[in-house]
Design a protein around this ligand. Structure first.
Ligand SMILES: O=C(O)CCC(=O)C(=O)O
Length: 288
């Protein structure tokens, strides 16, 4: 169970990041690792495709990080992790939100030899909803280290100016370039924090915190599941419709309403006790 102290909340607000231990237990890590194999082979337990399948066995570039977005739709083991109420509660506490919704999950597998992931600020892609702010919980399925391409978070960078989306996400040579440009504009030296944790540990970062990761030059893979969350109060923003990641996620907008449909973006915690009906049954394989 993830619970946060007042000191951790203050640290997150100052730094825009928090390193955590013990988010996932060993049996869950083993189950998730088995699911990773299936998902990247195109075997989807629920029969439903994830929203983004950016890597598949035998068809994709071996030097890239394997990525699937909204694996929860395809796999209930992923869903049972990203729908955890305690995760939602912790994120709401950090962000001072009345509740937490899943915006997307990421299933990430950076094998030995895989290239970098370019630095970015998540919120730069999210003008299609309002408030367009994420908070992300990143969970390691392997012990991580600088040489296996640990995620890098820049302390305090959530308070920097807001940059526009720029550069490649998958495999850029100069993976820190856009962050370095932003740091220069800000007039500061970036203070990079590596998410070098034991398996089951991870980090939480603010949607404006600059982050990315280097190549895996180690001898072990770096697998992770990420919960990218938005406020339970978030609504579609007609002014940003279809921008950033909107071309994929605005497909779920209903006619004549800016309400965000909970069947696609479930509420996993709200401070009045509400959770989207049906999500626990879905995780327990009882969904029809
Ligand atoms: O795993 C990484 O290196 C980057 C992941 C990422 O961009 C994120 O969790 O927001």
């Amino acid at each position: 169970m993830l619970t946060l102290s007042d000191t951790q909340v203050e640290q997150f607000r100052n730094d825009g990041l928090l390193i955590c231990d013990g988010l996932l237990d060993d049996p869950t890590i083993e189950q998730l690792r088995a699911r990773f194999e299936k998902l990247f082979r195109g075997e989807f337990e629920t029969g439903v495709l994830p929203d983004e399948v950016n890597w598949q066995d035998g068809r994709s570039d071996e030097s890239l990080t394997r990525q699937i977005c909204n694996g929860w739709k395809a796999d209930r083991t992923i869903a049972s992790v990203v729908f955890r109420e305690d995760f939602g509660r912790a994120i709401a506490q950090l962000m001072d939100w009345p509740g937490t919704r899943v915006m997307i999950d990421n299933v990430l597998w950076k094998p030995v030899g895989a290239r970098s992931l370019g630095f970015h600020q998540d919120n730069a892609y999210l003008h299609w909803f309002d408030p367009g702010t994420l908070c992300s919980l990143w969970m390691a399925l392997d012990d991580t280290a600088v040489e296996t391409g640990a995620m890098e978070l820049v302390r305090g960078s959530h308070k920097w100016h807001h940059s526009k989306p720029e550069g490649e996400f998958h495999g850029p040579e100069e993976y820190r370039a856009s962050m370095q440009t932003a740091a220069t504009k800000e007039g500061v030296e970036p203070d990079i924090v590596y998410v070098a944790v034991k398996k089951g540990g991870g980090s939480i970062h603010h949607g404006w915190t600059w982050h990315g990761s280097g190549p895996n030059t180690g001898t072990q893979p770096r697998r992770s599941v990420v919960l990218h969350a938005m406020s339970s109060e978030a609504r579609y923003n007609p002014d940003g419709f279809g921008t950033g990641t909107g071309p994929i996620y605005c497909r779920y907008k209903r006619f004549g309403s800016n309400d965000i449909d909970e069947s696609f973006f479930p509420i996993i915690y709200r401070n009045d006790g509400y959770r989207t009906p049906g999500i626990d049954e879905f995780c327990n394989n009882e969904a029809s």
